[in-house]
Design a binder for this molecule. Sequence first.
Ligand code: NAD
Ligand code: UDP
Ligand code: UDP
Length: 313
Amino acid sequence: MSKKRVLVTGGAGFLGSHLCERLLNDGHDVICLDNFFTGTKGNVVHLLNNPFFELVRHDVIAPYYAEVDEIYNLACPASPIHYQYNPIKTVKTSVMGAINMLGLAKRVKAKILQASTSEVYGDPLVHPQPEEYWGNVNPIGKRSCYDEGKRCAETLFMNYHYQNDVRIKIVRIFNTYGPRMKEADGRVVSNFIIQALRNEDIAVYGDGLQTRSFQYVDDLVEGLIRMMATDDSLTGPINLGNPTEFSILELAQKVIELTSSKSKIVFEPLPSDDPIQRQPNIDRAKALLAGWEPQIQLEDGLRKTIDYFKSTL
Ligand code: NAD
Ligand code: UDP
Ligand code: UDP
């Protein structure tokens, strides 16, 4: 495989740091660009000694110039408490960030992949969600800065492709978990593990019967790499997620079991616009990404994530 110069925006975040690691292991030259809003130097500190790794503090809202072959555009806060902290900034990050990275891709003729999200389906009325589904998004709801920002980014990607022949790839990522999730970002897997390790009450929002399907980070990274390697004619969007569905209550029980915790489950109000069901249809990914499919079962992934939080708490 030839050595490529790869730019990863949001590279110091949870998913980005795993992707940088993988790209370096595959022998590439990596620029990790991040404004450290939710990402940290700590997530990539173990890569800093590698001469093929560069860490750049930069905000994707501003133009960026470099000669690269591939761009993975991951910059954007991903958890509700962070993306709702400054919703205008979240929209700017998705929209202006996409414009700048697409402008860069156009100028240097790089291939560019957008980390889109299952949130483009909103509170879906179709279940599980295939890529053809247009979604059910509230344009003025609390989640809209994220959902609509990501939808607009997809629009920009498609139009830079049609209008300027930019080689684009769009993947819609479903809930992903693993080591380096942020401790305080409010996402369900990290919240439950931390509460369980501290023997605190585990707070399930609503009745806990809402479902999610949880993908382990290594499976996602494999999907991103395979997507980037596809033929130029394949733009996506392609769903990347683990279709095995669990209720939030089942997740809480599993975490308690795996940590041998004394925690009790308590119920708290459900946040507004909280989707009731979410499950990817991954037929396209399986067919088009050389048989890609998640390999890591929830229990194994949870164990690895629990070990990580044990070492950091
Ligand atoms: P994260 O918050 O850990 O990572 C996002 C990174 O982007 C952080 O390092 C942050 O500092 C950086 N960033 C934010 N705004 C920026 C800006 N304006 N300029 C430069 N850098 C900026 O979240 P994550 O879970 O690693 O998510 C990465 C990407 O994947 C996001 O685009 C997110 O929308 C997408 N995604 C994640 C999930 C998931 O379950 N984790 C699901 C769907 C989509
Ligand atoms: N851009 C960038 N790096 C580049 C080339 C462009 O950040 O190497 C930015 C540029 O500043 C502009 C955006 O990408 O804001 C869109 O670029 P495009 O070429 O599509 O449009 P234009 O340059 O005409 O605004
Ligand atoms: N959730 C919960 N307790 C928590 C955090 C989240 O019950 O401490 C629920 C939340 O209401 C949602 C699900 O778990 O129904 C997944 O939440 P998360 O924020 O992780 O992901 P998203 O809603 O973005 O899919």
